[in-house]
Design a protein around this ligand. Structure first.
Ligand SMILES: Nc1ncnc2c1ncn2[C@@H]1O[C@H](COP(=O)(O)OP(=O)(O)OP(=O)(O)O)[C@@H](O)[C@H]1O
Length: 713
C-alpha cells in the first residue's frame, strides 16, 4: 500500500513538473513541443511506476499513455482539421491537465470494464458473448415478422429525422428574434418546425403500432413452440422443475423476450440514428463544444456498465424469487383441501409472506442501485452543462457562435447525453432480456431424455411383458435405488397382482412399463422388443393404465373418455363405459355424456372419476392393462363388477396393484415386491402353502376392507 502511495505521489510530481516545463522548450514549434512533452511524461511516469511497483499492469499503461498523449493529440487534431488552436494546449494550464487526466482515467476504466484483462472477468466476457448469440437467435426467430419490422424501421427513421431538426429551428427562431427581425424568415422557421413536429409524431405513432403487432405475433409463436417442447418432456423433468417456474417461462419470459428484444432494437436504432445526426449537427454548431460534450461519454459508459452488471444480477435473482413466490401460491391453491383440513392457513400465509419479503428485499436492493445510478448520472450531466455554459459564453464573446446556436447546442446536448446513456443502457438491457430468452431456449432446446422416435407398429401384439434385471432410481432422488435387479414376467391372458408393503416399488414397476422413466440398468421387453423401439402413439394405445386417482381434464365426459383418439363411435364409448360400470351413472346425469366434468373432474365423485378413468383406458382396447389400486376409490359392488368384466378378456395382460385380498385372490399370479425386488411369486394358495413373506405379511399387506369381508365369509 505504502509503495503504491509513494508511486502515485512521485508519478504525479514528475508529470506536473514536465507538464509545466514544456513551456520552456522554446526552441521547438508549438505542436512539436507538446509531443516532446508527451513522450517525456510517458517515459518518466512509466519508469517511476515500473521501478517502484515492480510491474506495470495493462490498465496502468493505457491510462499513462492516454493521459500523456491526449493533449498533444487534441491540439494536433484541432490544427489539422480546423486550422486553429483549441483553448486547451496553447499553454501549460492546470485546468487542461485536470480535464485530460479525467478523460484518460474515464477511458482507461471504461476499457477495463468493457474489455477486461483479468482472468476473473473472463467468465463475464463469456457471458456477454453468450448473450449476444442468444440475442441474434431471438432476432432470427422474428423472421416471419421481418416485413413488420422493416415498416417499423422506416417509420422509426422518419420520426428520428424529423425530431432532430426541431432544436435546430428553435435556435434559428431565437436568433431571428434577437437580431434584425425578418417576418418571412421567422414564419418559414416556424413552418418547418411545425412540419417536422407533425412528421415526427405521426411516424412515431405508426412505428409503435407496427412494432406492437410484431411483438404480439412473435409472443404467440414462441408460446406455442415452448408449450410443444414442454409437453414432450419426460415425467422426470416435471418432477425436478417446479410448476411455477414452468408457467413463469410460458407466460412471462416469452413476453419479456419479445417485448424487450423488439423494443430494445427499436430504441437502439432510433438512438443510434439520432446520436449520429445530432453529433453532426452539433459539430456544425461548434466542434470544440462537441468534443467537450463527448468527453463525458466514457464516464457515462463506465457508470452505465457498473449499473448494468449489478442490475442484471438483481434482475435474475428477482425473476427466480418471483417464480418461487408463485410456486408457493400455486401449491396452496392446488392443495387447498389439505390446507383447510389441517388448519394451516396461517402457516401457509406466513410462508407466502416470507417468499414475498424475499422478493421485496431484492426489489429494494434493485431500487437502491437504481437511485445511486441516477444520482451519478445526473451529477455527470450537470457538470457537463456547467462546462458548456462557461465555454459557450467565451465562444459567444469571441464571436465563434451565436446565442441561438448555443441554445440549439444545449438542447441537443441534453438530448445527446440521454441518447448516449440509452445506447450503453440499451445494450445492457438487451443482455438482460436475453436472460429471459436464455431460459426459454433452455426448455426449447431440451431433448426429452426418453426418446419417442421408435417405429415398430406390429399388426398383432400378444402383450407379453418381461422385466429384465431392472435397476432404477428416480431422477429427483438419484441416490435412492428404488428397484434393484428386478426380473418379472407378465403373461398374456393372465391377471398378475403386484403386492407388497407401501413404498416398496410396485407403482414404480408400472410407471416404467408406461415409459414414464427410463431404467438406469436392465430393460423391459414387450413381445421380445424393447419398449423404446415401439411407435409412441401405437405403444400408448396398446398399453393403458388407470392410476389411483385418475386426472380428468376440463371438458365433457365424452371428451375425457375419447381423449387422444380421433374418431370413436358412440357404440365404442358405450361399450367401454359399460365395462367400467360407468354407463348407468352417466345416463342419470342431466346432460349424459355431454356433462362437463369441471376442472380436474371436480364436479364428479372420486368413484365416478375412477370409472371414467377405467373407460378411458378400455376404449383403447389395450393389450396390456394396468390398474394401480383402483379399488381404493371403488365400493365393493363396483369393484366386483369391473374386475369381473376385466378378468373375462381372454388375451389381455392385466396387471393389478392391490391392497385388497379379494382382488388379489382372483389373480392368476401374485408377485410380492419388497425392497424393489421380487421376493415371492405364485398363486394365492401356493404362496400360502409356502408360508413365506406373503403368508407372514398377509395382515400388513391387506386392508381392513378385506379383513371384514373375510370375517363375514
Ligand atoms: N416421483 C418420485 N420421485 C422420487 N421418489 C419416488 C417417486 N415416486 C415414488 N418414489 C419413492 O420410490 C419408492 C417406491 O415408491 P412406489 O410408489 O413405487 O411404492 P409402492 O410400493 O407403489 O407404494 P404404495 O403401495 O404406497 O403405492 C418410495 O420410497 C417412494 O418414496
Amino acid at each position: 500500500m505504502i509503495r503504491k502511495v509513494v508511486a502515485l505521489f512521485l508519478a504525479l510530481s514528475l508529470d506536473l513538473c514536465l507538464f509545466y516545463a514544456s513551456d520552456r522548450f522554446i526552441f521547438l514549434g508549438h505542436v512539436a513541443r507538446l509531443w516532446l512533452s508527451a513522450a517525456l511524461r510517458w517515459s518518466a511516469v512509466s519508469l517511476t511506476v515500473q521501478v517502484i511497483l515492480g510491474d506495470l499492469k495493462p490498465v496502468l499503461i493505457r491510462y499513462i499513455t492516454a493521459h500523456s498523449a491526449l493533449q498533444a493529440v487534441f491540439e494536433s487534431g484541432s490544427r489539422t482539421l480546423h486550422g486553429e488552436d483549441s483553448l486547451c494546449g496553447g499553454a501549460a494550464d492546470a485546468r487542461c491537465w485536470l480535464m485530460f487526466s479525467g478523460a484518460a482515467l474515464g477511458a482507461a476504466l471504461f476499457w477495463e470494464i468493457t474489455i477486461p484483462d483479468q482472468d476473473d472477468a473472463a467468465g463475464s466476457k463469456e457471458e456477454k458473448q453468450k448473450s449476444r448469440v442468444l440475442f441474434m437467435r431471438v432476432l432470427r426467430l422474428f423472421k416471419p415478422d421481418y416485413l413488420l419490422l422493416l415498416a417499423g424501421l422506416v417509420f422509426l427513421s422518419l420520426a428520428v429525422l424529423c425530431e432532430m431538426f426541431i432544436p435546430f429551428y428553435t435556435g434559428r427562431v431565437i436568433d431571428i428574434l434577437g437580431s434584425n427581425f425578418e417576418q418571412n424568415e421567422f414564419l418559414s422557421a416556424l413552418l418547418f418546425m411545425g412540419l417536422y413536429s407533425v412528421g415526427s409524431s405521426v411516424s412515431a405513432g405508426c412505428r409503435g403500432g407496427v412494432l406492437m403487432c410484431a411483438i404480439s405475433s412473435f409472443t404467440c409463436r414462441m408460446k406455442v413452440k415452448l408449450f410443444e417442447a414442454l409437453s414432450k418432456q419426460e415425467i422426470g423433468f416435471f418432477e425436478t422443475i417446479k410448476t411455477g417456474e414452468i408457467t413463469s417461462r410460458l407466460s412471462k419470459d416469452t413476453t419479456l423476450m419479445a417485448r424487450t428484444v423488439c423494443l430494445n432494437v427499436n430504441v437502439l436504432l432510433r438512438t443510434f440514428i439520432k446520436t449520429v445526426g445530432m453529433i453532426t449537427l452539433m459539430m456544425s454548431l461548434s466542434w470544440k463544444l462537441t468534443f467537450l460534450v463527448l468527453m463525458e461519454t466514457p464516464i457515462t459508459g463506465l457508470i452505465q456498465n457498473i449499473y448494468d452488471t449489478k442490475y442484471q444480477k438483481l434482475f435474475q435473482d428477482m425473476q427466480n424469487s418471483m417464480a418461487r413466490t408463485n410456486d408457493t401460491a400455486n401449491e396452496v391453491v392446488f392443495g387447498i383441501r389439505v390446507v383447510r383440513s389441517f388448519h394451516t392457513e396461517m402457516h401457509e400465509a406466513s410462508r407466502y409472506d416470507k417468499r414475498l419479503m424475499e422478493t421485496h428485499s431484492l426489489k429494494t436492493r434493485r431500487d437502491t442501485v437504481r437511485a445511486i445510478y441516477l444520482l451519478a448520472r445526473r451529477l455527470t450531466g450537470l457538470a457537463v452543462q456547467v462546462f458548456i455554459l462557461y465555454y459557450g459564453r467565451l465562444f459567444i464573446q469571441n464571436g465563434q457562435m451565436t446565442t441561438g446556436n448555443l441554445v440549439s447546442f444545449i438542447l441537443y446536448q441534453s438530448d445527446l447525453g440521454n441518447n448516449i446513456r440509452t445506447l450503453t443502457y440499451i445494450f445492457g438491457d438487451m443482455l438482460n432480456s436475453v436472460v429471459a430468452a436464455g431460459k426459454v431456449f433452455e426448455y426449447l432446446d431440451r431433448k426429452p431424455q426418453i426418446s419417442t422416435d421408435g417405429k415398430l407398429q406390429p399388426d398383432q401384439m400378444k402383450g407379453h411383458v418381461t422385466y429384465r434385471h431392472l435397476s432404477f432410481a428416480y431422477p429427483s432422488n438419484p441416490s435412492k435405488t428404488v428397484l434393484q435387479e428386478l426380473s418379472l414376467e407378465l403373461k398374456p391372458g393372465q391377471m398378475t397382482a403386484l403386492v407388497g408393503p407401501s413404498g416398496e416399488g410396485k407403482s414404480t414397476c408400472v410407471s416404467l412399463l408406461q415409459r414414464f422413466y427410463e431404467p438406469q440398468e436392465g430393460e423391459i421387453l414387450l413381445d421380445g422388443n424393447p419398449l423404446r423401439s415401439y411407435d409412441h402413439h401405437y405403444f400408448h394405445k396398446k398399453v393403458a393404465a388407470v392410476s389411483q386417482e385418475p386426472v380428468l381434464l376440463s371438458g365433457s365426459i365424452r371428451d375425457n373418455i375419447t381423449y387422444g383418439l380421433s374418431d370413436c363411435s358412440m357404440e365404442e364409448i358405450r361399450e367401454a363405459t359399460c365395462k367400467a360400470n360407468a354407463h348407468d351413472f352417466i345416463m342419470k346425469l342431466d346432460k349424459g355424456y355431454d356433462t362437463e366434468v369441471g376442472e380436474g373432474g371436480g364436479q364428479l365423485s372420486k368413484s365416478e372419476r375412477q370409472r371414467i378413468g377405467i373407460a378411458r383406458a378400455l376404449i383403447r382396447k389395450p393389450q396390456v392393462l394396468i390398474l394401480d389400486e383402483i379399488t381404493s376409490s371403488l365400493d365393493i359392488e363396483n369393484e366386483n363388477k369391473v374386475l369381473q368384466t376385466l378378468a373375462s378378456c381372454p388375451n389381455q395382460t392385466l396387471v393389478v396393484i392391490a391392497h385388497s385380498l379379494k382382488t388379489v385372490e382372483k389373480a392368476d399370479r401374485i408377485v410380492v415386491i419388497i425392497g424393489g425386488k421380487v421376493q415371492e411369486q405364485g398363486t394365492h394358495q401356493e404362496l400360502m402353502d409356502l408360508k413365506g413373506v406373503y403368508y407372514k405379511l398377509k395382515e400388513q399387506l391387506f386392508t381392513e376392507k378385506t379383513d371384514q369381508t373375510q370375517t363375514e365369509a
